[in-house]
Design a protein around this ligand. Sequence first.
Ligand SMILES: [Zn+2]
Ligand SMILES: [Zn+2]
Length: 350
Amino acid sequence: MKAGVLYAPHDLRVEDRPDPQFGDDDVLVEVTYNGLCGTDATEYGKGPMMVPLNAPHPGSGHQGPTILGHEFIGTVVDAGANVRHRIGERIACGAGVSCGECAWCRAGRTNLCAHYYTLGLSTHGGLAEYAAAPSSICVRIPDSVPDIDAALAQPLAVGMHSVDRARIQPGDTVVLLGVGAIGTFICSALRGHDGPVIAMDIDQGRLEVASTLGATGTALISPDATATDLRDLVPGGIQVVFETSGVFGSAERALSMVDMGGNVVLVGLNKSPQPLNLADVVLREVNIQTTVAHVCGSDIPAALDLLDRVHLSEILPAHPIALADVVSDGFEPLVSGSANGKIVVDPRRG
Ligand SMILES: [Zn+2]
Ligand SMILES: [Zn+2]
């Protein structure tokens, strides 16, 4: 089969690989679409951060060149003996593999599994004609959800999980500090919230997308806006802030702009240590939440359910490209920031 294999930063090769091996609990999937996201761009452009090119991954045991792709859907073409999925079924893969037995798995927090690993990051994934995956992390796609929408299930599940972590109350005013890639999925996951959802970003185009996705208000902000500037934009007060930008200093702004007793969800990542005014956080009883990945068993079905009601691909245009063009039309535009909409790879195109 043809596969996109990461060898080193800026060295991704589309090459022939043996079809994946699969075990009794796995499905073999013919990949319909594999979405690319910022995580892939980071691995390709600045990595490896997560891909175990140089040392074995403790969860997967895999080491070396790796087939990327953690956002994939496809059709089951073969299956192990213990698998409940049928041949021909369309599935969305959650990509995160958990053991089912550790304390975190038993508590339902499978995204924190002690042995967690991710297809397409810690071992081979879906950027290929075929992928093998544990059937336990694959969810049947409802017949009424088109492939191009279902291709958004995994990143939308990440947004769903962020919203779950936020403990939003009815009527709360929610601010999205940044509506780039993950921010748009959080905005989508907030559909149905019965209070204001205000998107703030430095890019007018992103704000327009956020409005279409259901944000009730938008604000174009300057990169050096202070917390006071931002709070003044919402005179009624802010109960929940999602900090999605990961920009240095933005966590501090989020913590300062939220109301007393409010919740801040840290979503964006910045590896540099940064100062926080924790005395202010404590004295105002601000809750800091964090979120990572998604809980496959609940968030992927919830994402597919939402995609059944809202055809997100019409709002977040997904651009299918051929696997052969994945470097020139996928990774390079993502790394340079010139990509528009969501890039999905269709390996059936060659
Ligand atoms: Zn992703
Ligand atoms: Zn576990």
